[in-house]
Ligand binder design. Structure first.
Ligand SMILES: [Mg+2]
Length: 293
């Protein structure tokens, strides 16, 4: 089939109403921290969580999700990302917490704090009842029926959770690329990307306060694999740094779904980019992708 367009859809926050699920995710995460990992009183953690979150939101460009010393995402880009960043900052700033986390995650894959927040995220999002955005089912089934589109779900979450949740929508045949690790940063990765104004670079400059690090080899390879055999690639997501910056520098399209938590700086950047679009709702995705065929 000629000119097929692969539409790669992010799961959390794009197909789901992350903003309506994040309080439950935080509550369950603090329960586990209090009872199993840190063993400190729950009310104390609750208060520290609130304080840390307030601190991050007062200077959001100074905080984010750090992996191997590189910034994977700014803290204010998404509701789940803000939760993850809050937990990470909270655990790192308190020496007692840092010690207890290090003790609990002895064989850490990244570092104990990152492993801890990954663990809390995967464990507790799997327990939450999915809340899909309006239009999620219609958009996905419409793309599946159309012979020129290949929808694909790209997610940092585990594929089995996403598959189970999509089944509740009656969608079984959609392909899922789970655990793609857009946050897997590698300071030793040598690849540079060409940018018309910025030259050869490993960081996409957004504005005075924001620069997105492109050193994400695992996600890069996943995108390269998907690019084979597809005429065009569109990535659709609710945040910029994790899923969006790399496709843009690789010459692919990126559509940012605007949500209640989308920061102005992300929206502005994508809106101005020649291969970027800002979607006001999921429903508008259909007409945007139809212009591509
Ligand atoms: Mg997302």
């Amino acid at each position: 089939m000629k000119n097929q367009v692969k539409v790669i859809l992010d799961y959390d926050g794009t197909l789901t109403r992350e903003e309506a699920m994040v309080d439950d995710l935080a509550r369950l995460s603090l329960d586990t921290l209090s009872q199993e990992i840190l063993r400190v009183p729950r009310p104390q953690l609750q208060e520290e969580y609130r304080e840390t979150r307030r601190l991050i939101l007062s200077r959001p460009h100074e905080f984010g999700w750090e992996v191997r010393g590189l910034l994977a995402s700014y803290g204010d880009e998404g509701a789940f990302i803000l939760n993850t960043t809050t937990l990470q900052v909270m655990l790192k700033m308190n020496p007692l917490y840092a010690r207890r986390v290090a003790n609990y995650f002895r064989d850490a894959e990244y570092d104990p704090v990152i492993d801890c927040t990954n663990y809390l995220f995967h464990r507790h999002t799997a327990e939450l009842k999915p809340r899909f955005r309006q239009g999620a089912k219609e958009i996905l089934s419409g793309l599946l029926r159309h012979e020129r589109f290949i929808p694909l779900i790209l997610t940092n979450s585990k594929g089995d959770k996403v598959e189970r949740n999509l089944q509740t929508l009656g969608l079984k045949e959609v392909e899922i690329l789970g655990d793609t690790r857009q946050y897997e940063m590698d300071p030793s990765w040598a690849r540079h990307f060409f940018h018309l104004e910025q030259g050869m670079t490993q960081g996409l400059r957004i504005d005075q306060h924001h620069k997105v690090d492109l050193r994400r080899p695992v996600y890069y390879r996943a995108l390269m694999r998907e690019a084979e055999g597809a005429e065009q690639i569109v990535v659709v997501a609710d945040t910029l740094s994790l899923p969006g910056a790399l496709p843009l520098v690789m010459g692919m399209r990126f559509y940012l779904l605007k949500t209640s938590y989308t920061p102005f700086w992300c929206e502005e950047f994508v809106k101005k980019h020649e291969r970027g679009e800002v979607l006001e709702s999921l429903y508008s995705l259909r007409e945007r992708v139809e212009t591509l065929i």
